[in-house]
Design a protein around this ligand. Structure first.
Ligand code: PLP
Length: 401
């Protein structure tokens, strides 16, 4: 009899993975992959942070048993996450208005949040930024929501179309879920100002929208507290909201899958009930989180010494990305670029929407072995002191007249 898989169709390829495969197959020694979503150091390597190394060494020596964790993850981890998001003196924490569960990276946090929201608000529509991280749409659709977009990027200014964004938010039906990039917008690198965040808070309050902040890059723009400006603006608002956060980038722990879902409620009693429901979502999905990554992060964040080391290393990553931004602008100018690329230095986080067309991206690949996403998004953290000049010359060449 026929296989049950006989009629299965091939799912569409992930565009970034396809790009990586093509890059790996390229034999040119000067090749550069700007399509990645990972921080590389100046040697083109994913760093293993010193604070992480120290915490791992201590764990290995302690030889802890490997029992099951609580469904929501350990309190030492969840508390450390809350302190990073809200600041350790936050009234929300003191009032037990904050529910945090460990999750499998930022993606896992988004999915647990989406599955819970589907039970809480089954008829809601989800709005994501135009454009957004490519997994947002698929993830919320897979949780059963219709997904629409709100205006965000302005190609003319290479910044945020804030008027358009507000118009979109004001037109969203009450009870809609609004996914907001808390900092370091992926893919554009264009963030809201502090004042604009306050206007978004007002719009969410006025329309009865449910904010879901996605913070995958805390510490990559201006610093831990500065990058939490959106979270802090919502904290001060009295609204209920969701936050997904991730240590993939800030701890360089991509494959350990360390993140958290945090939900702000109206009070202690609500928090207990909400936590019980989120635990059901987790229990029926993967039961409880793995130990290692969260234990390492908690050990670092809860030790004054290791935390200081981590903050210094995080600042090092942030400063290197900034140096690559200004370096690219300077070297493009030096390479005779006819276009003004000064916007690259103003964008924030790991990415820049360069404005390169799909045809120009294709020329970069064919003529120079430089790989980027066809939207023109490049990862600044893939640049280093050895390849930046080559990349600048190539971009100057393909953008000239
Ligand atoms: N959200 C955004 C906006 C991202 O850019 C990413 C990672 O690229 C994630 C979430 C997911 O992060 P993680 O690897 O922790 O699942």
């Amino acid at each position: 009899s026929a296989s049950i898989f006989a009629a299965v169709e091939m799912a569409p390829r992930d565009p970034i993975l396809g790009l990586n495969e093509a890059f790996n197959a390229d034999t040119r020694s000067e090749k550069v992959n700007l399509g990645v979503g990972v921080y590389y150091d100046d040697n083109g390597k994913i760093p293993l942070l010193g604070a992480v190394r120290a915490a791992e060494k201590a764990r290995l020596e302690a030889q802890p048993p490997r029992g099951y964790q609580p469904i929501e993850g350990p309190a030492a981890y969840n508390g450390a996450v809350q302190n990073l998001l809200f600041g350790k003196d936050s009234a929300l924490i003191a009032n037990a208005q904050v529910v945090t569960v460990e999750a499998l990276g930022g993606t896992g946090a988004l999915k647990v949040g989406a599955d819970y929201l589907k039970r809480l608000l089954p008829g809601a529509t989800v709005y994501i930024s135009d454009p957004s991280w490519e997994n947002h749409r698929a993830l919320f659709e897979s949780a059963g929501f219709p997904v629409d977009t709100y205006a965000y990027y302005d190609a003319a200014t290479r910044g945020v179309n804030f008027t358009g964004m507000k118009t979109s938010l004001e037109a969203a039906p009450a009870g809609s879920i609004i996914v907001l990039h808390a900092c370091c917008h992926n893919p554009t690198g264009a963030d809201l100002s502090d004042a604009q965040w306050n206007e978004v808070v007002d719009a969410c309050r006025a329309r009865g929208l449910v904010p879901f902040l996605d913070m995958a890059y805390q510490g990559f723009a201006d610093g831990i507290d500065a990058d939490a400006v959106a979270v802090r603006a919502f904290s001060a608002s009295g609204l209920q909201f969701f936050v997904s956060s991730s240590f993939s980038k800030s701890f360089s722990l991509y494959g350990e899958r360390v993140g958290a879902l945090t939900i702000v409620t109206a009070g202690k009693d609500e928090s207990a009930r909400v936590l019980s429901q989120v635990k059901r979502v987790i229990r029926t999905n993967y039961s409880n989180p793995p130990i290692h990554g969260g234990a390492v992060v908690a050990a670092v964040l809860n030790s004054a010494e290791l935390r200081q080391e981590w903050e210094t290393e995080l600042a090092g990553m942030r400063d290197r990305i900034r140096a690559m931004r200004t370096g690219l602008v300077d070297q493009l100018k030096a390479a005779g670029a006819t276009q003004d690329f000064s916007f690259v230095a103003k964008q924030r986080g790991m990415f820049s929407y360069t404005g390169l067309s799909a045809a120009q991206v294709e020329r970069l690949r064919a003529e120079f072995g430089i790989y980027a996403v066809s939207t023109g998004r490049i990862c600044l953290a893939a640049l280093n002191s050895k390849n930046i000049g080559y990349v600048a010359q190539a971009i100057a060449a393909v953008t000239k007249g």
